[in-house]
Design a protein around this ligand. Structure first.
Ligand SMILES: *Cc1c(COP(=O)(O)O)cnc(C)c1O
Length: 457
C-alpha cells in the first residue's frame, strides 16, 4: 500500500470511529483536539497505526498485556483451541481448559484458595467477591454483615456494586445517587507519610485506623477490599507490605473477610506472582527473603491473566467459604452467572500465559530488567520537575510539576509524537510495560520521557 493510501485509511477509520463508537473513559468532544489512534496491528511491545507510525506500549494497553502483542505462543494455543471448542456454557458442563486453569491457579496462588469462580472482566470479579462474602455471612447465620470497607482512593471497577467501594471522584460522582456508598479507611500510600515518618511506620499508623474502624463496625461488616501494594487508578500509589500483614490479622480478629483485588497487580506485576506473597511473615518491617505472604479470603484476578488477549476474570476463595454454600437447598448456593463464564478460548490464553511464566523464569528476568531501568532512570528521577519517584516490580511512577491543567492530555499527545504510548493519571506519569521490554526499549522510554517532561515543565 502506498503511504498516501495508508494515511487515508488512518483518517477514514478515525472518522468512522468517532461517528459510531462511544469510547470508554473519554469525553468524546476532546477527540476534536486530541488524537485518536487507529491501530492496524501489534507486534511485541509495538502498536502500529495504518500510516507509518508505531508506538511503544508503555502501559501494556491498560495494564493487561504481559508478553507482547501477537505473542506467537499464545497465538498458537488459541488457534488450537479455536478448532477444538470455542465456547460451551459452564452450568452443567465443564471442559479441559477451565479445569486445568483452576487446578494450576490453585497450585500457584497463596495457600488455601481452592476454588475458582469465573467472569469476564474485573468489575464483575469485584461484584462476585462482594456478593459471595455477604452471602457467606448470611449462610453462616450473620445476615447483618452486609457492609464493606475499602481504602481511600481505591479502585475496584465501575459497575454499580464495584463503584460503591471505589473512591475515585471522577468515576463515582455522577452516579452517587445510584449506589450504596460504603465507608473508606485511610490509604497507607507512602506519599502521605508525615515528614520524617517511614513508609512502614505510616502503614502501621493506617492499620491502627483500620483497627478502630473494625472495632466499631465489625458486626455489620462483610469484607474489607484492597488493592495489595499498589493502588493503580489512584495514580500508582505504593505502600509498605506490612500493611497487608496487619490487615490480614485484623480481619481475622474481627471476623471480616479480606478481599485482595489483584486484578491489576497479580500475574507478576509487583515482582512476585501475587502481591499478597510480599506481606512480611512477622508484624515487623523487616521483610526477609523467603518469608511467606498472606492468604486473603478472596483473590480477584483479571487483566494480565490472559496475557492481555481476552476478557477473563476469576475470584478464588477458601475452602471454608466454599463449604458454606454446599447444601441441598438451591438458595444457599452462589447464584451468579455470566453468559461467557469460563470461556474456553480465554482459559486457553490464560494457560498459555502461565506456561510462559513457568518456562521462561519470567519473575527472575523481570528483576534484572527492573534493576536496569532503575539504573538508567537517573535523568528522570533527578529531573528538577520530577518528584515522588517510586517502583514496585514492573511498575514505575512519578509526579511532574507543570503549569498545564490538562497535563495528562498534553503528555499523552506529546508522547505519541515520541512513539510512546503513555497515559498519565493527573500529573502522575507511570510505566507499566509488557514484561518482554528489552534494554534498548527501556533506554528509549526513559530518554524520550525526559524529552517530553522538558517540553511540559
Ligand atoms: C482494572 C481494575 C478493575 C476493573 O477491571 P475491569 O476489567 O476494567 O472491569 C478492578 N480493580 C482493579 C484494581 C483494577 O485495576
Amino acid at each position: 500500500m502506498s503511504d498516501q493510501a495508508s494515511q487515508t485509511d488512518n483518517s477514514n477509520l478515525i472518522a468512522r470511529s468517532l461517528s459510531a463508537v462511544w469510547h470508554p473513559c473519554s469525553q468524546m468532544k476532546r477527540y476534536e483536539n486530541y488524537p485518536l489512534i487507529s491501530v492496524a496491528r501489534g507486534s511485541g511491545i509495538w502498536l502500529y497505526d495504518h500510516g507509518k507510525k508505531r508506538y511503544l506500549d508503555a502501559v501494556s494497553s491498560w495494564w493487561v498485556n504481559l508478553f507482547g502483542h501477537c505473542n506467537p505462543r499464545i497465538n498458537a494455543a488459541l488457534r488450537d483451541q479455536l478448532d477444538t471448542l470455542e465456547h460451551a456454557m459452564l452450568a452443567g458442563f465443564t471442559h479441559e481448559p477451565v479445569v486445568q486453569l483452576s487446578e494450576r491457579l490453585r497450585d500457584i496462588a497463596p495457600q488455601g484458595l481452592g476454588h475458582c469462580f469465573y467472569a469476564s472482566d474485573g468489575a464483575s470479579a469485584t461484584e462476585i467477591a462482594l456478593k459471595m462474602s455477604a452471602h457467606f455471612w448470611r449462610n453462616s447465620g450473620k445476615p447483618d454483615k452486609v457492609q464493606f470497607i475499602s481504602l481511600e482512593n481505591g479502585y475496584h471497577g465501575e459497575t454499580l456494586g464495584a463503584l460503591s467501594v471505589t473512591d475515585v471522584a471522577l468515576f463515582r460522582d455522577a452516579y452517587g445517587a445510584l449506589i450504596r456508598q460504603q465507608d473508606t479507611v485511610p490509604s497507607p500510600d507512602s506519599r502521605q507519610a508525615a515528614e520524617g515518618e517511614s513508609a512502614d511506620a505510616y502503614a502501621l499508623r493506617c492499620a491502627d485506623a483500620l483497627e478502630r474502624h473494625l472495632q466499631r463496625h465489625h458486626a455489620l461488616l462483610a469484607a474489607f477490599i484492597i488493592e495489595p501494594l499498589v493502588q493503580g487508578a489512584a495514580g500508582m500509589a505504593m505502600y509498605h507490605p506490612v500493611y497487608l500483614r496487619r490487615a490480614r490479622q485484623l480481619c481475622t480478629e474481627y471476623d471480616v473477610h479480606l478481599i485482595a483485588d489483584e486484578i491489576a497487580v497479580g500475574m507478576g506485576r509487583t515482582g512476585t506472582m501475587f502481591a499478597c506473597e510480599q506481606a512480611p511473615a512477622q508484624h515487623d518491617a523487616n521483610i526477609k527473603h523467603g518469608d511467606k505472604g498472606i492468604t486473603p479470603d478472596f483473590l480477584c484476578l483479571s487483566k494480565g491473566i490472559t496475557g492481555g488477549y481476552l476478557p477473563l476474570s476469576v475470584v478464588m476463595t477458601r475452602d471454608e467459604i466454599y463449604r458454606a454454600f454446599y447444601d441441598d437447598g438451591m438458595a444457599r448456593g452462589f447464584l451468579h452467572s455470566h453468559s461467557y463464564t469460563g470461556n474456553p478460548l480465554a482459559c486457553r490464553a490464560a494457560l498459555a500465559t502461565l506456561d510462559i511464566f513457568a518456562q521462561e523464569n519470567v519473575l527472575a528476568a523481570n528483576r534484572v530488567k527492573a534493576t536496569y531501568l532503575n539504573r538508567i532512570a537517573a535523568p528522570l528521577r533527578e529531573h528538577h520537575s520530577v518528584s515522588g519517584w517510586r517502583n514496585t516490580g514492573m511498575i514505575w511512577a512519578f509526579e511532574v510539576r507543570s503549569q498545564h491543567a490538562d497535563f495528562a492530555q498534553r503528555c499523552f499527545a506529546l508522547a505519541l509524537e515520541q512513539e510512546l504510548l503513555l497515559r498519565p493519571i493527573g500529573n502522575t506519569i507511570y510505566f507499566m510495560p509488557p514484561y518482554i521490554i528489552n534494554e534498548a526499549e527501556m533506554d528509549m522510554l526513559v530518554d524520550r520521557t525526559v524529552h517530553i517532561i522538558n517540553q511540559l515543565s
